[in-house]
Design a protein around this ligand. Sequence first.
Ligand code: TPP
Ligand code: MG
Length: 558
Amino acid sequence: MRAKDNMRSAAEVLVDQLHIHGVRHVFCVPGESYLAVLDAFHDADLAVTVCRQEGGACMMAEAVGKVTGQPGVCFVTRGPGATNASPGIHIARQDSSPLIMFVGQVAREMREREAFQEVDYRAYFGSMTKWTTEIDDPARIPEIVSRAFHTAANGRPGPVVVGLPEDMLVERIAVPDAPPFALIETSPGDTEMAKFAQMLAGARAPIMLLGGSRWSQAASDGIARFAQKYALPVATSFRRSHLFDALHPCYAGDLGIGPNPKLLERIKAADLVVMVGGRLGELPSQSYTLFDIPRPQMPFVHVHPGAEELGRVYSPHLAIHATPTAFAAALDNLDLKEARGEAEAAHADYLAWTEMPTEQPGGVNFGAVMVWLREYLPPNAILCNGAGNYSTWIHRFFRFRRFGQQVAPISGSMGYGVPAAVAMKRLHPDRPVVCLAGDGDFLMNGQEFATAVQYGAPFVTIIADNGMYGTIRMHQERAYPGRVSATDLRNPDFPAYARAFGGFGVSVERTEDFPDAFKQAQACGKPAIIRLAIDGEAITPTTTIAKIRARSLAEKKR
Ligand SMILES: Cc1ncc(C[n+]2csc(CCOP(=O)(O)OP(=O)(O)O)c2C)c(N)n1
Ligand SMILES: [Mg+2]
């Protein structure tokens, strides 16, 4: 409570700063190490989502950062709370998402004795965050929190961790608030844009790749206008499909795991590659085989908001230090006399690759489910998922239309879909949210289904249940054919799990029963689980376990 002399507790000052910087949602698991903050939440104009595990809370905050570009915020307790949260920190790092995690800490006078649940956060999180710090002096809260927001959100966004010694939080102080932080757009220079125009004008088979963060719908629209003007094919990198409308005539497809071979051929044959926003990490670069390192074999333009990413792996022929949003705006001012790419052919390749589900063994064809969903769901629907082979069908068959529609971990972290879906439903109660998960994947953060029930966040979770850690089985069969080890799963009754939490649950054994089940799940108004019985043989849209095993055995005999 505010005293008349304008004194506030440090915790109140902290929560006031969050509000000033535009935070409307915080995600947390409570702890006695930051009771004063929990108390400050009591009267604050913030939506607080209390979670069941810190990994879930941190992923929720990361998902908010990912889709809004403003730092998502979570609070966790010291020691075990902090270590539980670390997957979310790693995702924010690899996915370039702005995130601030506040962590309780032991009292200042006890530090370095390995007091109860003490962790040295700078050492523990240091290699994953953009900045890890601890607030010792409550008078510096406005300064340090302001820096945390600027650091997390600007340049290449990422995670910031701020430790809060518990005795510090209860001090009372009179201190002025900071002004709201600013998102800093870095615009490309005229010289760089002129060089870019020259390179593009001379190209006969250029292609643009989109990835990374610092995007917006306006940026996607700007790229789309430019691409259309010059028939420039545009592909999106791993789990960034939502950066470009899949039905735009210039869309060339998804460059991630198991991409369209024709897209790979097109990129290899390109005489200009323009990467906007992304890092061209291991997955889009096809394990660093697509482009020569350090100098790509074809003229290569790299546009990135983080100066330190330019030249980090690839030495570009032209480096443009700019946010995707500012770069897209600058494209509107370019007027090329002559430039014409092969967008029409590229888009035709994309449509052909994704049009029809492939044949699959078993009663439920996950490809057909994705095709049905892409026709049925409106363009404002949000799809969340984690990691597993089931996601291959999403990448191949779903057609993302709008920015922010795909919320999935570039880092390949399992257990992301449920927390991300909770966060999306908290942010956008009116938009349909669908979580897609594997059976292994779901149970890594399935406990947050309880959070969905608690907050009345009715999204539909679709579990592709193949009774195994399918991705690892696939790799196992390739490397050690026939030697199944530690990849089988005996699963719970997922629909009963949903009902036990107060949700809706149904199991689908045949593709043709899916539409009705989905409509029922949506209509019930509760968080829902649809469990799909997926045949273990259906390991990718194009092959089976038996085929992989047979091929590996044959190769080993040779
Ligand atoms: C947190 C985490 N642990 C382990 C892995 C390694 N891994 C990647 S995919 C996978 C199996 C996923 O199984 P499931 O969710 O059932 O999907 P499926 O591949 O069977 O479709 C595992 C264990 C990971 N990516 N993330
Ligand atoms: Mg599985």
